[in-house]
Write a protein that binds this ligand. Structure first.
Ligand code: GLC
Length: 480
């Protein structure tokens, strides 16, 4: 049994804007089930208060110094199924409408990282491994090693950084290295935490963690090449012996068509056709559109450039004029939301849109769409494609990052193995070509269901990945 502390800015069931939250929850839960002693440290955002104040216990308050500022961290403990959640409250930083998007985000997560570090001392609890996620917590390994030297409490704690999204680097002005984090300018001058003339908390995490991971093997390979690395290949190559890609899983309890209470008809591989027909009818009704004999394409995503939404808009039109329908669930960049509104105006009876997030509706899209669109520009792992496969909706992806690790595309000859469709070159034409291929597959229903069954039979549970993380922890713990 090992003592593992996860530190992250979002954790599913507490607060979530993306896949990071799902992974932190599911991995912590899986490790707890395997017998590790797991704690998860996260901010106590305004949106969590109503639910978690009554459910948690306030265990104390301590001061967090950010050079000249003194801020209080109020700590609440909630016992989750297989881990302890420590919620860090501070009204000045976290009592706001959203998780991120403020011009002081750099300062807010500096506070969070410092507070998380201090929490271990406050609890007088020394984890074996502190596992931090993305830029918001990535400074912690550096704080352990470069923080004030009078304090040896943190010596010997091993650290892991997982990169979920390399596009967000936690860029702050060099001045704040000292002003927020109380760290020496020298760390900037020597280049250890410097990135493009600023301080990058993510880069600092890459430099100071005992081991760095990302969320799929293919994305790990991409991050080591200048093209696919978002500028991180230089520093990652220096750490290449301690850098691995470990494929995410999904929560196979929550996403299980055989037990899903949120869909119209539960189904498994045994009654896939009946199940999917009924769910499709329900999906069409939920989005208030009609059915014209073609496949239903689904999309559940943050609507941002990363997800390839800009190529979806022009590429889907020809399918719509050939009888296909299209349902979209998500929110994000204004011009993309607007683009979908325009598309709906053009095709009011076959395009359905829900701007925002709605969990019940997401389940219905997975269970009722024939194809699930994920033509991402880059995608460290991707979760939607794995959920779609579990529900027998064929993912249509661009082969980037984890999409390439998880989707075996149909090539005309591999009906016994294919679990989706895909293309390589990012662009409207390639996506359009693959959508055309999807229409062909759909019109050969025997083929369609052969692929859908292959997809449903894949094992996307966390078991294997959690065991891989455990081995990684063991490996770094055996180092001096
Ligand atoms: C980020 C990535 C996504 C990944 C998720 C969980 O949201 O963009 O690809 O699946 O993190 O690791």
């Amino acid at each position: 049994m090992k003592k593992i502390a996860m530190v992250a800015s979002e954790v599913a069931h507490y607060c979530k804007t993306g896949g990071l939250a799902d992974v932190v929850y599911a991995l912590s839960d899986a490790l707890g089930k395997l017998g590790d002693e797991v704690m998860v440290v996260l901010p106590f955002y305004a949106s969590m208060k109503e639910k978690y104040i009554p459910l948690s216990t306030k265990i104390g308050v301590y001061d967090v110094y950010m050079s000249w500022r003194k801020e209080e961290a109020h700590v609440f403990l909630y016992q989750d199924k297989h881990f302890k959640a420590y919620l860090i409250a501070n009204d000045y930083y976290f009592q706001r409408d959203n998780l991120y998007g403020y011009n002081d985000d750099g300062e807010r997560f500096a506070f969070f990282s410092l507070a998380a570090k201090q929490l271990f001392r406050f609890l007088n609890y020394k984890p074996d491994v502190v596992h931090v996620h993305d830029w918001q917590a990535a400074m912690i390994p550096c704080l352990f090693k470069e923080g004030p030297r009078f304090d040896d409490f943190y010596d010997g704690i091993k650290t892991v950084l997982t990169i979920h999204n390399p596009a967000f680097k936690g860029m702050i002005d060099r001045f704040f290295l000292n002003d927020f984090y109380g760290l020496r300018d020298e760390l900037f001058d020597t280049g250890k935490v410097r990135f493009e003339g600023m301080v990058s908390t993510l880069k600092s995490g890459i430099v100071y963690s005992d081991v760095v991971t990302t969320v799929s093997p293919n994305h790990a390979a991409e991050l080591l090449t200048p093209m696919g690395s978002q500028g991180l290949s230089g520093v990652l190559n220096l750490r290449r012996d301690d850098f691995v890609g470990i494929l995410n899983g999904i929560d196979v309890e929550e996403w299980n068509p055989a037990k899903d209470k949120k869909i119209a008809k539960k189904y498994s591989t045994k009654n896939i056709e009946e199940g999917r027909h009924l769910n499709q009818a329900d999906l069409i009704k939920s989005f208030n559109i009609g059915y014209y004999g073609g496949p239903v394409f689904g999309l559940v995503s943050r609507l941002t450039y990363q997800k390839g939404i800009d190529i979806v808009l022009p590429a889907i039109r020809s399918a719509l004029s050939r009888g296909a329908s299209f349902v979209v669930l998500g929110s994000g960049e204004h011009h993309l939301e607007q683009g979908f509104e325009n598309l709906r105006r053009e095709y009011p009876s076959t395009v359905g849109i829900y701007i925002g997030y709605n969990d019940d509706l997401a389940h219905k899209v997975y269970a009722g769409s024939d194809f699930f669109l994920m033509p991402s520009l880059f995608e460290p792992c991707g979760i939607g494609q794995m959920i779609a496969q579990r529900y027998g909706s064929l993912p249509l992806v661009r082969y980037t990052g984890g999409l390439r690790d998880t989707v075996c595309g149909y090539d005309g000859h591999n009906a016994d193995a294919a679990t989706g469709l895909g293309f390589y070159d990012y662009g409207v034409d390639a996506l359009k070509g693959t959508i055309d291929q999807a229409l062909d597959v759909y019109h050969d229903q025997k083929l369609y269901y052969a692929l859908a069954l292959n997809a449903m039979k894949l094992d996307h549970s966390w078991k294997k990945s959690a065991a891989t993380y455990q081995k990684l922890y063991e490996k770094i713990l055996s180092r001096p």
